[in-house]
Write a protein that binds this ligand. Structure first.
Ligand code: MF3
Ligand code: CO
Ligand code: CO
Length: 273
């Protein structure tokens, strides 16, 4: 299966799915405080999706070689890189957690996004990691325009991250998305400028860098899903779904509660209503 180009109807479907995915994060945000468990976050996410009339893309998701994923969303705490399974364990002051939400609309369109949350006051190192990973995602997004290459996106992220003494996880990447969860192309968060697929208006894909304070190496836990840093250093991730437009990009996973766009961003990111 090759890269899908969305027509006007497809773009409308993606805009709606992505806005709703972002609004699920908005709905759970006020509840993410010390003492909440990641299973309670999962429950809140499931309720928000039900209220919207969307459903979770992750629950029961089972790529070849994996067990069915058990959560309505992913919660990745501290040294968990991604795919953390919601559990009956309270978050405590000083933790950082990524919440990753993917919804499916009744029309079958997928919207995928994640944000970091700081629980109470966190260490300076943890705050810096979350902030730099957010900027790295946006630096990648800023590369998106027709004719740019995916290697330009990966390179912008890698150069910035490694320039700050942090590392980029290589085993997981962004992905095309549409009426399926994971489509072509693979969007690597490292690479060389001028290499890789050339971008074309109507492509929709995620940019979702995973950044570690320590080494980039990871390992998988015995549950078949949870990915952790091998050196147990902290890891952060942010994710948006973007559309390639005739003049640049549109970030589709924005809503009223999205964190402010960084000051360096000049591109065609619409201000959410
Ligand atoms: N939402 C994740 C992504 O960004 C994928 C999660 S798959 C799951 O691609 F099964 F772990 F939920
Ligand atoms: Co994704
Ligand atoms: Co995601």
């Amino acid at each position: 299966m090759s890269i899908t180009i969305k027509d006007e109807a497809g773009i409308a479907g993606m805009r709606e799915a992505c806005r709703l995915a972002s609004e699920v994060l908005d709905a759970i945000t006020p509840h993410i405080k010390p003492g909440i468990t990641t299973l309670e976050i999962d429950r809140l996410g499931a309720e928000a999706m039900a209220a919207q009339g969307t459903r979770s893309a992750t629950i029961g998701y089972q790529p070849p070689g994996y067990p069915p994923y058990p959560g309505h969303l992913c919660t990745s705490v501290n040294h968990v890189v991604c795919h953390g399974i919601p559990a009956d364990k309270p978050l405590k002051k000083g933790d950082i957690v990524n919440v990753d939400v993917t919804v499916i609309t009744p029309d079958g369109w997928y919207g995928d996004n994640s944000r970091m949350f700081e629980i109470g006051e966190v260490s300076i190192a943890a705050r810096r990691l979350c902030a730099l990973t957010f900027d790295a995602m946006w630096l990648g997004i800023e590369q998106v325009r027709p004719g740019a290459r995916l290697g330009d996106v990966g390179h912008a992220i890698q150069k910035f991250v490694e320039g700050h003494g942090l590392s980029v996880v290589r085993e997981f990447c962004g992905h095309g998305i549409g009426q399926r969860f994971h489509e072509e192309p693979q969007v690597l968060h490292y690479g060389r400028p001028g290499t890789g697929e050339a971008l074309v208006p109507g492509m929709t894909f995620t940019i979702e860098p995973m950044v570690n304070i320590g080494r980039r190496d990871i390992k998988e836990m015995n549950d078949g899903w949870t990915i952790v840093t091998r050196d147990r250093s902290l890891s952060a991730q942010w994710e948006h779904t973007v559309l390639v437009t005739p003049t640049g990009y549109e970030v589709l996973t924005l809503s009223a509660g999205s964190p402010a766009v960084p000051g360096f961003v000049k591109g065609a990111a619409p201000v959410p209503a």
